[in-house]
Design a binder for this molecule. Sequence first.
Ligand SMILES: CC/C=C\C/C=C\C/C=C\C/C=C\C/C=C\C/C=C\C=C\C(=O)SCCNC(=O)CCNC(=O)[C@H](O)C(C)(C)COP(=O)(O)OP(=O)(O)OC[C@H]1O[C@@H](n2cnc3c(N)ncnc32)[C@H](O)[C@@H]1OP(=O)(O)O
Ligand SMILES: NC(=O)C1=CN([C@@H]2O[C@H](COP(=O)(O)OP(=O)(O)OC[C@H]3O[C@@H](n4cnc5c(N)ncnc54)[C@H](OP(=O)(O)O)[C@@H]3O)[C@@H](O)[C@H]2O)C=CC1
Length: 212
Amino acid sequence: MAEKPQLVNNSPEDVETDDPDLLIDQVAFITGGGSGIGFRIAEVLMRHGCDTVIASRHLEKLAEAAKKLTSTTGRRCLTIAMDVRQPEMISAAMDEALKTFGRVDILINNAAGNFLCPATSLSFNAFKTVMEIDTMGTFNTSKVIYDKWFKDHGGSIVNISATLGYRGQALQVHAGSAKAANDAMTRHLAVVWWCEGEYSGSRPHLWHRGLP
Ligand SMILES: CC/C=C\C/C=C\C/C=C\C/C=C\C/C=C\C/C=C\C=C\C(=O)SCCNC(=O)CCNC(=O)[C@H](O)C(C)(C)COP(=O)(O)OP(=O)(O)OC[C@H]1O[C@@H](n2cnc3c(N)ncnc32)[C@H](O)[C@@H]1OP(=O)(O)O
Ligand SMILES: NC(=O)C1=CN([C@@H]2O[C@H](COP(=O)(O)OP(=O)(O)OC[C@H]3O[C@@H](n4cnc5c(N)ncnc54)[C@H](OP(=O)(O)O)[C@@H]3O)[C@@H](O)[C@H]2O)C=CC1
């Protein structure tokens, strides 16, 4: 039985699982893993035995996060500068991840852009920017990692969503629209990459419980 993992800062207690070794030596690729929810996901996975890749635009922020994560959990954390709007950057990042760890088992599509803005003041480019980061970014990253690894080896894709678009909300037409598109994308990819057996072993999941 593995030792009880060490908690970082004020982490909540973990939910018990039947198999405490489930994640040992798995590799998780987390977009936007240098801050907020992505950082916490990295920390939890690492405490349970995963190595991680944390990827986003600002390398300094990632390096600082990785230092904290590795020193507290003892697991490896690779930092990669990457914009989810740029498929070539994602492709290079995935090559580096495979070179370093030899595998990727879990993709967490967490990177997103958002701000509060009334629809009447929102510029065309502002709406487009959020769609490109949240929706295109999720598709780009999923496709690159699926093509390069999951197609032949299987893996899990977790898309971090939001409930904003369920009923509509002020100041959030851009993010609510992007996340609603992601929810549909998740269901489509779950069908074609798993249920229909178009390829085997990769299953996208949607995660939004407790998020607005
Ligand atoms: C999101 C909430 C933020 C603050 C919350 C504050 C108070 C909370 C109070 C009440 C809560 C109410 C509702 C809940 C709200 C949200 C919770 C639910 C979901 C949250 C989802 C999230 O995704 S949170 C993650 C947030 N993190 C980030 O966004 C980090 C990364 N962000 C960025 O990089 C930028 O903000 C970016 C998204 C704009 C992207 O940067 P970049 O590619 O460099 O783009 P720019 O060139 O700077 O801008 C592109 C166009 O967008 C226009 N723009 C940028 N900022 C604003 C703004 N604040 N308001 C309006 N328009 C903006 C910019 O002008 C550009 O358009 P042009 O036409 O001028 O070219
Ligand atoms: N906070 C909340 O209340 C809620 C959050 N969510 C979702 O949770 C997830 C995490 O949000 P949260 O932790 O709050 O926000 P953060 O701002 O802390 O995290 C967003 C991360 O995404 C990265 N990022 C942004 N744009 C890009 C890009 N173009 N390419 C690569 N990485 C990028 C940022 O890093 P960098 O700047 O280095 O690129 C940052 O680390 C998001 O999907 C968000 O939509 C959903 C509902 C509510």
